[in-house]
Design a protein around this ligand. Structure first.
Ligand SMILES: *Cc1c(COP(=O)(O)O)cnc(C)c1O
Length: 434
């Protein structure tokens, strides 16, 4: 499937959990490197740049790892800009995307000298023009096109269809390109798209790329000769358990013609693809109860730590952590299915969080051994949109994060403490007259 097959021993995970406590996210550095190698190999024949989409997992140690692999970054906020600058990414390796950039975020990006700012509306062009310092070097700008393509993903992860908030509608692109070219201090360098997330078919990339190709031609026919780059976005889908994945080679062949026939450099912005299957969430069983014929395991991690099951009805494999190897990524990742027959009685189990919400679960109706309180479980595929989408709901401190590097591990983010939860709050504000 083009996905790397990597594993972590259960004994290693159990030792980490014993040292750090739970819940804890554990990321395999080697798994991230393997995904980067796989994508580089697929794109080897095409002039390209890989820019990691920071929002998938923005922890500094993950960013540093990606930087050391030679990738650039794709950011969507001023906060992400601060993170990548702290990590030492050269400004030229930063692409600033996003539908709602504030004027002050645009100003910060210009001041930092980021390599490309992807505009998503005419209003944003005006906002950018208004923060350009006089006499400064020209700012490289891209236009994110909404190519009006359909992707077969959860509705919340579709972004490339007409009528959605993302991108510039096809029929407005050329006139916006004209206006960018006519704006003093700006240079139109790229046209791009980002059509969604967890896309497992190459087809929407192919049709999106065809539309981008037409637009590149149309813009060049306007006499605009400054384009250097076509940005095909991210969204490359990975295998969650037995689900399908996008084959990087199929992705590459869908987008390569766009680069070949235009002579422009391809920009790819993977997030989930690089880190999703590199991470697991370790969580312990607090309690077991039986209700209405269902076996329920109440865990110490829930939607505040990992919201994807609740928000997207996302399927994540959940493994009992024992001494065996836990496969991070393969089309049939479930060890539970295999383990259930071996001695222990299998059961159908709901694995739920501790929060006061019925929608707070990690997995429902799973066939697995009915383990006792204290048992350690691993939620697989938790490296992307895991920690970063976490919250303090129910005033729960956010989990710790750990990086596994060979046979060593390091805490890359401490578990939050109760004091952290109340930072900035006061019961005696400085009252001001309205
Ligand atoms: C979120 C995002 C990405 C990455 O999406 P993945 O599905 O994680 O690959 C890339 N580009 C832009 C503009 C994004 O907003």
């Amino acid at each position: 499937m083009g996905q790397s097959v990597l594993s972590i021993s259960g004994a290693t995970l159990a030792r980490i959990a014993a040292r750090t406590g739970t819940p804890v996210f554990v990321y395999s550095a080697e798994a991230i490197r393997a995904q980067m190698r796989a994508l580089e190999a697929a794109l080897a024949e095409v002039p390209h740049r890989i820019h990691y989409s920071v929002k998938a997992n923005s922890s500094l140690a993950i960013l540093a790892l990606v930087r050391d692999l030679g990738a650039g970054v794709d950011i969507v906020s001023g906060g992400e800009l601060a993170r990548v600058l702290r990590c030492g990414f050269p400004a030229g390796d930063i692409v600033f995307s996003g539908v709602g950039k504030r004027p002050e975020e645009l100003a910060a990006a210009v001041a930092a000298g980021v390599g490309l700012i992807n505009l998503e509306s005419e209003g944003e062009l005006a906002a950018l023009a208004s923060v350009l310092p006089a006499g400064a070097p020209r700012v490289a700008v891209g236009i994110r096109v909404n190519p009006d393509v359909t992707t077969e993903t959860h509705p919340y992860t579709q972004t490339g269809k007409s009528g959605m908030k993302f991108g510039v509608p096809l029929d407005q692109v050329v006139s916006l390109a004209r206006r960018v070219a006519d704006t003093r201090g700006l240079e139109l360098r790229a046209l791009g798209m980002h059509i969604g997330s967890q896309i497992t078919s190459a087809e929407p990339y192919r049709s999106g790329a065809e539309r981008l190709l037409g637009l590149v031609r149309a813009v060049q026919q306007e006499g605009i000769t400054s384009l250097t780059t076509v940005d095909v976005g991210g969204g490359l889908g990975i295998a969650y358990g037995s689900g399908p994945a996008l084959d990087p080679a199929a992705f590459a062949s869908a987008v390569a013609p766009l680069a070949r026939s235009t002579g422009l450099t391809l920009l790819v912005e993977p997030g989930r693809f690089l880190v999703g299957n590199a991470g697991v969430l370790l969580t312990r069983v607090l309690y077991h109860k039986r209700s209405g014929g269902r076996e329920i395991l109440v865990m110490d991690a829930g939607m505040n730590d990992f919201i994807r099951p609740s928000l997207y009805q996302a399927h994540h494999e959940v493994c009992v952590v024992d001494d065996g190897e836990i496969m991070l990524a393969r089309p049939h990742a479930s060890r539970i299915d295999g383990a259930a027959g071996e001695g222990e009685q299998g059961a159908t189990v709901d694995i739920v969080g501790p929060n006061c919400e019925s929608g707070d679960f990690l997995a429902l109706g799973r066939q697995m051994p009915l383990v006792a309180p204290g048992a350690l479980l691993a939620v697989l595929g938790a490296g992307a949109y895991g920690f970063g989408m976490g919250s303090n709901y129910n005033s729960r401190p956010r989990a710790a994060e750990v990086l596994l590097e060979g046979d060593r591990f390091g805490v890359i983010r401490e578990r939050e403490r109760p004091e952290d939860l109340m930072r900035g709050e006061t019961t005696s504000p400085r009252w001001e007259t309205v």
